[in-house]
Ligand binder design. Structure first.
Ligand code: URP
Ligand code: ZN
Ligand code: ZN
Ligand code: ZN
Length: 471
């Protein structure tokens, strides 16, 4: 006996059709018109869209950063994801300099153990290859792959903490190329930015919006070009994370046109928030919007939307890295360099992209599924398990109500922050029911904002090495 989703419109990345979907156990068993209901529990999806559960490939749960720890742990973070229609997240295990990747993996698996509520995977952020020629670290990359981690994150920013130099980056890229793994890059010129930051502080420019002014779009563009050029030299596939502005986009497109194996994501916030509107330099409240890369001038938004349509940007993620305003952002009052970088967004990604993308006529509903579900699964080596509604795949299914009206507010959100970046925004389109491996884990039509499954039910997803889909 399974669960049959009847009368809904199944949306995939290339078409929308009136089809039924039968879930049996944790898997999708059948997809087709007029499936036989005999013996099955029926879920009526009339008027709803049936989509693959969302996949957010860029989150930071329970992460030590900026002298504190991100406010959502694996429980609150994955519950917030589910309530918003996201059924898989890829978080980052951060290697500490002087320690091994194995230690980082063990630390992050412990953080998630008995806590994750939807399925999750990990990228490994490499900060150190060990002594000498780095062969120890390069061998560890093989072990990571064997453990199901097929993407490696490299930081070109945050000197002294996470940043690595070009030589180390190149070595990791060569190894990634040999392993068919994907290199994910935080692309900003951290050394140049740190000089600007020091100059600003010396001049008494300490308010939150100086964080944004200190990190020029050009510093991101320079690093974006360098990262892709080095990956191209190494023969590696590269994925630029949180691309935020038109100059960086130009570098990406230039290298893509040259044949580099380069992909990139942007994040919800860069599509709808701006320096002018959220960070005019008037109040401490602007600390709520201190994240990296920072908010850009509004004129950068249209090129990002266009790139999503045209395909040079492949994914929309959140870079969910939540800190409470009252006590965590507060650490940087009087000195923007001490404001923990990051914003909360895991719960609102689909609402925002639907409302400002699909409702506004910028993207189709099929493109929405491609950007939020199918491309993330394919690029990150889990397309045989997730990201598409087809027999044999995990029954991670989102029933989306395109008519539902919803007002975003910290007062009703599941995320553990005391603020929302989209406070009071009214959107149309919301998750109605969410199934994770066949289990109804959210029913916003009956118990809005409540996670219905057991804490700890989320499983680690092993991903295969497919060089971002280029292999
Ligand atoms: O501000 C951000 N994005 N914090 C998280 C770390 C990163 O750079 O993604
Ligand atoms: Zn150690
Ligand atoms: Zn980053
Ligand atoms: Zn991030």
């Amino acid at each position: 006996m399974g669960t049959l989703i009847q009368n809904g419109t199944v949306v995939s990345s290339d078409r929308s059709q009136l089809l039924d979907v039968l879930m049996e156990g944790e898997k999708i068993a059948k997809v087709g018109p007029g499936l036989d209901i005999a013996g099955h529990t029926v879920v009526d999806a009339t008027g709803l869209l049936v989509m693959p559960g969302g996949i957010d490939v860029h989150t930071h749960l329970d992460m030590p950063f900026g002298g504190t720890t991100s406010a959502d742990d694996y429980t609150t973070g994955t519950q917030a994801a589910a309530v918003g229609g996201t059924t898989t997240v890829i978080d980052f295990a951060l290697q500490s300099q002087g320690h091994t990747m194995k230690e980082a993996l063990a630390t992050w698996l412990k953080k998630s153990d008995n806590k994750a509520c939807v399925d999750f995977s990990l990228h490994m952020a490499v900060t150190d290859l060990g002594p000498g020629d780095g062969s120890q670290g390069l061998r560890e990359m093989e072990e990571m792959l064997a453990a199901g981690i097929s993407s490696f994150k490299l930081f070109m920013a945050y000197p002294g903490v996470l940043m690595i130099d070009d030589g180390l980056m190149f070595k990791v890229m060569q190894k990634a190329a040999a392993l068919n793994a994907l290199c994910c890059i935080h692309a900003e010129n951290g050394s140049a930015i740190d000089i600007v930051v020091a100059q600003m502080i010396a001049e008494g420019k300490t308010a939150p919006h100086y964080h944004a002014l200190s990190r020029s779009p050009k510093a991101e563009a320079e690093a974006t070009h360098r990262a892709i050029a080095l990956a191209d030299m190494a023969g590696a596939a590269v994925y630029i994370v949180h691309l935020s502005n038109e100059y960086a986009l130009d570098e990406l497109k230039f290298m893509q046109a040259r044949g580099a194996k380069a992909l990139a994501e942007t994040c919800t916030q860069y599509l709808v928030l701006s320096l002018e509107d959220q960070m005019p330099g008037k109040s401490w409240e602007e600390a709520k919007f201190v994240f990296t890369p920072p908010l850009r001038e509004k004129r950068h938004q249209a090129p990002l939307w266009k790139a999503l349509v045209e395909g040079s940007l492949s994914v929309v993620s959140t870079d969910h890295c939540p800190f409470r305003f009252a006590d965590q952002k507060e650490l940087g009052r009087g000195n923007f360099t001490k404001i923990p970088n990051g914003g909360p967004g895991i719960e609102n990604r689909l609402q925002i992209l639907w409302h400002f993308g699909v409702n506004a006529g910028r993207i189709t509903q099929e493109k929405f599924v491609e950007l939020c579900c199918t491309a993330p699964a394919r690029i990150f080596g889990m397309g045989k398990q997730k990201g598409t509604i087809a027999p044999g795949l995990d029954a991670d299914i989102l029933l989306w109500d395109p008519k539902a009206e919803y007002t975003i507010s910290a007062a009703t959100q599941c995320m553990a922050t005391d603020y929302s970046m989209f406070e009071g925004w009214k959107v149309q389109g919301n998750a109605a029911k969410v199934f994770s491996r066949g289990e109804l884990v959210v029913d916003n039509t009956v118990q809005p904002g409540k996670f219905l499954g057991a804490t700890g039910r989320g499983r680690f997803v092993r991903r295969e090495a497919n060089a971002g889909g280029f292999a």
